[in-house]
Design a protein around this ligand. Structure first.
Ligand code: GLN
Length: 199
């Protein structure tokens, strides 16, 4: 870990547990993608628990990917890491289709900066945290559209979300043809969404 990546949060661990709880074991073939992987905590945890899964992870930051690769090899996990900006649609064709797409993208509006813990601002990269105040769902919009093209019919899209943006994110997913389901974290905050495609 270094200051190129976020320190994993308990809510992200809950997201991983939710994904695993929804997997039908034994798993034979399962292709998983994590978008904006940072330290790699999501794909590494998933690969360790679902050994047969084919796990991919992408990030715009090469420095973050280097941390993720080190973590993956230290924990004996094989993950397909790719350096790629998901906001740039021309990159999408570099990725295949998946059964599970997961993302904990940047979602903190810049205006929230003042209320944040000094250690977060000092030791964690702004690129992994902040979004413009006027477009807080920037990454959710792009990833939802990507998922429409790259999620297998029976697959699921999982998001970690901002606690105040649950309804807005649900609306976005519904308008793009998904059936979203929201879940609270252990602090009773709206924190994650799982979506399948409408049949
Ligand atoms: N939950 C994190 C925080 O408040 C933010 C994580 C993120 O932006 N994806 O620090």
């Amino acid at each position: 870990m270094d200051n190129n990546v976020l320190i994993p949060r308990p809510e992200t661990e809950e997201l991983v547990e939710w994904i695993i709880a929804n997997c039908k074991f034994p798993v034979n073939e399962l292709k998983i993608l994590d978008i904006g992987t940072g330290s790699g905590c999501i794909p590494i945890s998933l690969k360790r628990r679902i050994r047969k899964a084919d796990v991919w992870a992408v990030d715009i930051s090469e420095a973050a990917l280097n941390v993720a690769k080190k973590n993956a090899s230290a924990l004996g996990t094989e993950i397909n890491f790719l350096h790629l900006d998901i906001l740039n649609e021309t990159n999408w064709e570099r990725l295949p289709s998946f059964d599970i797409i997961v993302s904990n993208p940047p979602y903190v509006p810049g205006k929230d900066k003042e209320q944040m813990q000094p250690n977060v601002l000092k030791y964690e990269p702004g690129i992994a945290l902040f979004v413009p105040d006027n477009d807080a769902l920037l990454f959710y919009k792009a990833i939802t559209r990507f998922a429409k093209q790259h999620l297998n019919t029976e697959g699921h899209l999982y998001f970690e979300i901002h606690e105040d943006l649950g309804n807005a994110t649900m609306d976005l997913l519904q308008s793009e043809g998904f059936l979203p389901e929201i879940k609270k974290d252990m602090q009773q905050k709206d924190r994650m969404i799982r979506s399948g495609l409408k049949k």
